[in-house]
Design a protein around this ligand. Structure first.
Ligand SMILES: Nc1ncnc2c1ncn2[C@@H]1O[C@H](COP(=O)(O)OP(=O)(O)OP(=O)(O)O)[C@@H](O)[C@H]1O
Ligand SMILES: [Mg+2]
Length: 236
């Protein structure tokens, strides 16, 4: 199986002007990930799990280290070094990111958010419309919510919309930051089944879940922040 991502000695810290202190985000993180693989990240609150995903997605610039991404369109690139425009293109077409909190533009409807995400993958408008409806139905987002602005949605509705947005296309790499935090058991089952389908299609995934039961049966490897390394899935 081909390698999708190789993170080498990644470190990130934050300088807080007030009170003039440096805070560790994550330190010396290394792992690699291949097609169809699922890496789970575990560790205490504040240990830097979300920071790793944000560095890969380039929401944060790293302090040091390399993040090699093997793109089908651009070849092997170090995400920490390529121009902003190229990052934006790769994110739109190849990398999905699901955070617990949906950040949306103020006047874009739920349906439009998912359709736009499908369009970014390069399908026709008709195909994007159909795919958006299918995935909104799949996650049981009520029809009455499709054409309104999601800032007023409940936590679980926002999360399901965020999942629909990332999963309406088949990303090469999917980053999941606690994507089941406010979901009931039925919705979690739907998420798991769709993740398994994407893995079958070749998507590589990195996931953070507090729900270790959910991780079981999905993860191929676990990166534990405390031990600074990969462990087998038996260690969950
Ligand atoms: N934008 C930021 N500015 C300043 N400090 C930050 C920022 N983002 C993260 N940190 C700090 O970096 C450390 C790691 O945070 P991070 O969010 O990665 O932890 P986490 O493992 O995801 O925790 P949780 O399980 O609670 O989500 C924390 O001490 C946090 O306060
Ligand atoms: Mg976090």
């Amino acid at each position: 199986m081909n390698t999708v991502l190789q993170v080498r000695n990644l470190s990130k810290d934050f300088y807080l002007y007030n009170p003039g202190r440096v805070i560790d985000g994550c330190r010396d993180v290394s792992f690699s990930l291949r097609e169809k693989e699922f890496l789970g990240i575990t560790g205490a609150s504040g240990s830097g799990k979300s920071t790793i995903l944000k560095c890969i997605y380039q929401t944060y610039r790293v302090k040091s280290g390399e993040i090699f991404y093997f793109s089908p369109t651009a070849g092997c690139v170090d995400l920490t070094k390529i121009p902003e425009r190229e990052i934006t293109r790769i994110r739109r077409q190849e990398i999905g990111y699901v955070s617990q909190f949906l950040e949306t533009l103020p006047r874009v409807t739920a349906r439009q958010i998912v359709e736009d995400s499908a369009l970014e993958a390069g399908v026709s408008r008709e195909e994007a419309q159909k795919a958006a409806e299918e995935v909104l139905n799949y996650f049981k987002l009520p029809l009455s919510l499709w054409d309104i602005y999601p800032y007023m949605f409940s936590g679980g509705e926002k999360l399901r919309l965020n999942l629909a947005k990332a999963m309406v296309k088949t990303p090469r790499l999917l980053l999941l930051d606690e994507p089941t935090a406010s979901l009931d058991e039925d919705a979690k089952k739907l998420v798991k089944e769709l993740l398994q389908k994407l893995i079958q299609k070749g998507t590589a995934m990195i996931g953070i879940f507090h729900d270790l039961d959910f991780m079981r049966g999905l993860c191929d490897h676990v990166y534990n922040m405390a031990h600074g390394g990969e462990a087998g899935k038996g260690n969950l």
